[in-house]
Ligand binder design. Structure first.
Ligand code: FE2
Ligand code: FE2
Length: 260
């Protein structure tokens, strides 16, 4: 089967990239399942019920989150019931929501897990220890395991991917919004990319208006970034091809599509 995983969806331009470009990518590549990171989908900060429903309507099956999980407080009202939205598994155990979810494709079970890093990211539990705690439970009756590792540090993402190599189908990095070119199959068969990139405005800084970001760096005065919205956007992610009987991954190709 073929799974397309999209990098962080940033604001309305990111959602419009999905709305306008996803159908052709699905049809042109025979995609069976689409997953995405939605932590910036609502105005750049978090996700709401309406925004999630919009993304599901475009064909996304499930959404992962990250350090912006709680930016839009309305998520707390739905995250316990909505099985298609997950937050990092290595948050503390009394945090609302779930860190992994089960998806179905034909007769196959797919587990989607979300982890967040500890390097340059505050106060999260060890993704290594939490993986070890949960993996036996998660892999019951599951052929395919896909991990979104939401992290800042490339070394941490690589270390985690090698730690779980051979035990999961893919470790796909998110959070930096900058797509890396290191997509490959690791020695024991797990597909890997350090960062999938983003779906959002092209002439921007990580999806935000250039001027507002420069001003903040120059003045050091906290000010909310503004979403860049000039009608020029892109869709970025990776397509992984998996043997659904064994869960082993045959290839991983990154994609980047512009709307003009
Ligand atoms: Fe993030
Ligand atoms: Fe992000």
């Amino acid at each position: 089967m073929k799974i397309l995983f999209l990098g962080d969806i940033v604001g309305r331009p990111g959602r419009h990239a999905i709305r306008d470009l996803l159908a052709d990518v699905i049809a042109g590549n025979n995609i069976d399942l689409v997953l995405a990171n939605g932590e910036n989908a609502a105005g750049g900060f978090g996700i709401s019920k309406a925004v999630a429903e919009e993304l599901f309507s475009y064909g996304i099956a499930a959404l992962t989150l990250g350090n912006h999980t709680w930016d839009n407080k309305s998520i707390i009202e739905i995250i316990d019931e909505e099985k298609r939205i997950i937050r990092p598994l290595n948050y503390n155990s009394d945090v609302p929501g779930r860190g992994w979810t089960l998806l179905k494709w034909k007769t196959h079970n797919i587990a989607l897990i979300n982890f967040i890093g500890q390097v340059f990211m505050n106060g999260n539990n060890s993704p290594f220890d939490i993986f070890d705690q949960y993996i036996e439970e998660i892999k019951k009756n599951v052929e395919i395991i896909i991990i979104d590792f939401h992290g800042e540090a490339t070394g941490e993402k690589l270390a985690f991917a090698h730690y779980v190599d051979g035990k999961v189908s893919a470790v796909l990095g998110t959070h930096t919004h900058v797509q890396t070119s290191d997509n490959r199959i690791l020695p024991k068969g797990t597909a890997y990319i350090t960062d999938l990139g983003m779906c959002g405005a092209c002439d921007s800084i990580l999806g935000m208006e250039v001027e507002s970001v420069i001003k903040r760096f120059k003045t050091q005065i906290p000010e909310r970034y503004k979403i860049k919205n000039d009608g020029f956007y892109k869709l970025e992610g990776a397509i992984i091809e998996i043997d659904e009987e064994t869960g082993s991954t045959q290839c991983i190709n990154k994609i980047r599509i512009y709307n003009k």
